[in-house]
Design a protein around this ligand. Structure first.
Ligand code: TXA
Ligand code: MG
Length: 339
């Protein structure tokens, strides 16, 4: 089902359009929905059978917890047992938006949603169609990215159909996603030094700098020994993920702007780069993405989906800047197998 900008601009019309998909969600069906980050594979989060069918459709291991989507912060009480003050500050600053909070769960949330953890990941998406659908369904919606397990996340409805067509009851198509990579995931937990602290579990659409501007220090689960069990607590951090089937190889750009194609290279090859093609003329497929981190993130997954279909032996990927603004994109490319 297609939702146009004109539909989005007319709240009454949008509500009518979304009445059926909302009912399907309530009935326990799988409905793929647009969000600002990526398309999600949605099911009623409080319906254990419906949530199980998400795992079956994606062929995703059951220990991997799902993110629950709410239409409004006032819905938190349906799934979360407690909202610590620090979490409240993050919600005030970043919702709706690409930030998932891991908070103590309520007993009504089925184990299959949380992977058996005593916490649940929750976010309020910044997408008018997602919000209208949630409101119309009036149930919290568990939704992982709508792709087969370990494959590239979908940023268009066509990506969803390509990966999961036949396994999803309906796809609500509202065009390409604006952020393009998944939400940032943080836990708010007791600080061993007293009070609470924010721990970054997954980089994403909200940067660490943005978080720090609101809450001060943000701990990173990766290299902080004191949060060493974070990998277990956030099992979605499996190394290989978001992966195209073609091998990715990193290449540098010289000071004069030329991209350095290795002498020994399988052919045909593809090139994925930033701003311009760096003088490379013999690639079988070229994807030039925007030079800024937000623009690059927005178009990255579509480019990886195209690489998958380009029929090349290898894809060369331009090395990205080291700075923090690029952290989430670097993370996704590393997990896509970039060496
Ligand atoms: O942007 C997004 O977050 C998208 C859209 C659809 O909202 N969803 C998404 O879901 O990326 P998914 O299932 O691909 O990622 C869920 C990840 C888990 O793999 C894990 O890293 C983290 O969120 N997560 C969820 N619940 C958690 C919990 N209780 N404790 C720790 N990590 C959790
Ligand atoms: Mg995913």
């Amino acid at each position: 089902m297609r939702v146009t900008d004109a539909d989005v601009g007319d709240a009454a019309r949008l509500a009518v359009l979304l009445r059926e998909p909302a009912q399907w969600l309530r009935d326990g069906r799988l409905v793929a929905l647009p969000t600002e980050t990526v398309y999600g594979l949605g099911a009623n989060a409080l319906d254990e059978t419906a949530v199980r069918s998400i795992f079956a459709a994606k062929q995703r291991p059951a220990f991997n917890p799902l993110i629950v989507h709410v239409a409004d912060p006032s819905w938190l009480g349906r799934v979360v047992a407690d909202v610590p003050p620090l979490a409240r500050r993050l919600i005030d600053a970043f919702w709706p938006g690409p930030l998932t909070l891991v908070l103590p769960r309520r007993p009504e949330v089925p184990d299959v949603v949380t992977g058996g953890l005593d916490t649940v990941g929750v976010r309020m998406p910044a997408h008018p169609v997602a919000l209208a659908l949630l409101r119309a369904a009036d149930v919290p919606v568990a939704a992982p990215s709508a792709n087969p397990f370990t494959r590239i996340s979908p940023t268009t409805a066509q990506h969803v159909l390509d990966g999961l067509g036949g396994r999803v009851f309906a796809v609500v198509d509202a065009g390409p996603c604006a952020v393009g990579i998944e939400s940032t995931v943080v836990a708010v937990e007791a600080d061993p030094r007293g009070g609470e602290r924010v721990v970054l579990l997954r980089e994403g659409g909200t940067t660490r700098e943005q978080l720090q501007a609101v809450v001060g220090e943000v701990f990173v689960a990766d290299h902080a020994d004191e949060v060493g069990d974070a990998a277990r607590r956030s099992p979605g951090r499996v190394e290989r993920h978001y992966a195209p089937s073609v091998p990715l190889r990193s290449i540098a750009r010289r000071a004069d702007g030329a991209l350095q194609v290795p002498n020994e290279l399988e052919r045909p090859f593809a090139l994925l780069c930033r701003g311009d093609a760096g003088g490379v003329t013999d690639a079988a497929h070229v994807d030039v993405l925007p030079a800024d981190p937000a623009g690059f993130a927005r178009e990255l997954y579509a480019a990886l989906h195209r690489l998958d279909r380009a029929g090349v032996a290898v894809a060369l990927v331009e090395q990205l800047p080291d700075d923090a603004a690029w952290a989430a994109v670097r993370d996704r490319l590393r997990r896509a197998g970039l060496r």
